[in-house]
Design a protein. Structure first.
Length: 164
């Protein structure tokens, strides 16, 4: 039902896999073609913020040969409990209608004394989705996470059953 959150989960898992060793994520732009195949580009810029900006512009512009795209960038998220590290996932669906969703996945860096951990994703914003069904969107997101076998193993091994 929610292919946009499925692909967001797939590339979010790839991002978590990338930061599990304590490195800052080089922003990545993942996409899905009409035949269902995936591709991914690392946004190699001198500045991570510049790379994320370029990724957001690419998402906004869209492509003729891609039905969905996802930008995953390392950021900070301000929660009631304070500022936390998070991967921010911006996903766009171009056909049949334009929709977008923004999800944050808070995590605890591997360099922290308690070690690496992944917290529950947070839906931040949706555009073009009438009456979002959050439980269905979450199920779709985690189906995407689980479809990335290597990354899902890291995610599930470090998932904390609590909010950040």
């Amino acid at each position: 039902m929610y292919e946009i959150t499925r692909i967001a989960g797939f590339f979010a898992a790839h991002g978590i896999w990338s930061v599990a060793d304590g490195e800052t994520l080089i922003p990545l732009l993942g996409y899905e073609r009409p035949d269902g195949s995936h591709g991914m580009d690392r946004l190699m810029y001198d500045d991570f913020a510049e790379a994320a900006r370029a990724g957001r512009e690419a998402l906004e512009t869209g492509w003729e040969d891609r039905v969905r795209a996802v930008l995953v960038a390392d950021a900070y998220l301000q929660l009631e409990s304070g500022r936390v590290d998070a991967l921010v996932i911006d996903a766009a669906e171009y056909v049949p209608v334009r929709r977008s969703v923004k999800i944050a996945v808070p995590y605890r860096p591997g360099s922290s004394p308690q070690g690496f951990a992944v917290y529950r994703p947070k839906f931040i914003e949706e555009t073009g989705i009438d009456e979002p069904d959050y439980p269905a969107m979450a199920d779709s997101f985690f189906a995407g996470v689980d479809s990335h076998e290597q990354a899902a193993a890291v995610w599930n091994a470090h998932l904390l059953d609590e909010s950040a």
